[in-house]
Design a protein around this ligand. Sequence first.
Ligand SMILES: NC(=O)c1ccc[n+]([C@@H]2O[C@H](COP(=O)([O-])OP(=O)(O)OC[C@H]3O[C@@H](n4cnc5c(N)ncnc54)[C@H](O)[C@@H]3O)[C@@H](O)[C@H]2O)c1
Length: 389
Amino acid sequence: MKTYRIGVIGLGQRIAHVLAAMKEVGWPLDIAGFSDPAPVGAPILAEHGIATGKPYADARALLKDGPFDLVMIGSPNHLHYEHLLAAFAAGFPIFAEKPIVRTQEESFALARHLANKKTPPLYIGLVMRSMPIVRAVIQYVDDGKLGEIVSMDATEHLHPEHGGYLARNWRRKQAWGGSYFLDKVCHDLDIFGRLMGSRAARVASFGSRKIFHPGRKDVRAAYDNGAAAYALRDAGWGAANDAFHSDMDVTDHQTALVEYAGGALLSFHSNTHVSLQERRWYIAGTQGTLLADLVRNKLMFRGSFATGKPERMEWNERTDDNHNGADQAMARDLLATFEKNAEFPVTPHDSLEAGLTVMAIDRAMETKQVVDCAPMWADYDRSRASALK
Ligand SMILES: NC(=O)c1ccc[n+]([C@@H]2O[C@H](COP(=O)([O-])OP(=O)(O)OC[C@H]3O[C@@H](n4cnc5c(N)ncnc54)[C@H](O)[C@@H]3O)[C@@H](O)[C@H]2O)c1
């Protein structure tokens, strides 16, 4: 196998972890260079014995020094569109982190770029697509074991330290992160669209900031064992010092209701400050019910008319990041696209559609209206059909 010459735009914590997973699963890789004003992922690479390569002033300077076998984009969300366009112009294969872009306008514009046949291959880090438990859920649905999906509920609830990090990191601001849902749960909405087999037709949502705001009178500085609270991680580029006194303008808890075009219903609940962590999907179909616990990596299914015990599956791999081996699985999937011409489990269009669904949900929350998604999909489909020269 050849050694892959890699250029990194945005050497943050995430890209460093992806690179570490790539090394772990046997990618022969050499980071030729990176562009990042303050590479917060550099210590993570050092821990894994990976050299960062040469620093460049910006993405364009880096890309001029090609060729690269892979350009990896791990910058904050508001820079994805600009960095993708620079990498498209350079013409090298790209791995970019989710969300693919930050706004609806960028989504439509990117769809037009993707319609141009000269656009290089683009792989998006919607890493849940590679998780063994998620693959099993998709398989149950595709095999027809649930019959027709009627309704589902889903959650993602984060530990206070994780919430405190989000409230201090660049994700706290819409201008950088987009929204809490866009940054955090575009993964889940991507999978739900895949399971439902249709796009969101109507959405409603409520959310606000009731946890990380300066009006809180009951904030504790330490846990019961004396460990400092809200201090866990280096909050990196654009960081605020204090999770409660920052310029945060995204939600810290939010709910959403989605009616899919096929008729199935979803309710979703997310909170960034819980003491019982959860990421759970409960899917009710005409022929069976499936419960996936993505924190504990366990799945349960029973046919609607079964009288015995439920079928149970469990995956041993559990990691602190709750990705539970998904990074390594995604690294293998990415290598297979190069070495075996295999299909990557998620397309740029899947990623755009997940992002647009979340943006519609956020619009519903902001306007306090049920949003009809049809006009948005019509604009998107028009964009897909009109390639930029
Ligand atoms: N797939 C996943 O599960 C997952 C998990 C975490 C983060 N992410 C995504 O990865 C991306 C990065 O997130 P992160 O957690 O690593 O954030 P981070 O803050 O750790 O890293 C972002 C990096 O971008 C750098 N940067 C800022 N401006 C730049 C510029 N103009 N050019 C180049 N680099 C610049 C920062 O200095 C920083 O090193 C985000 O899009 C995020 O949504 C995905």
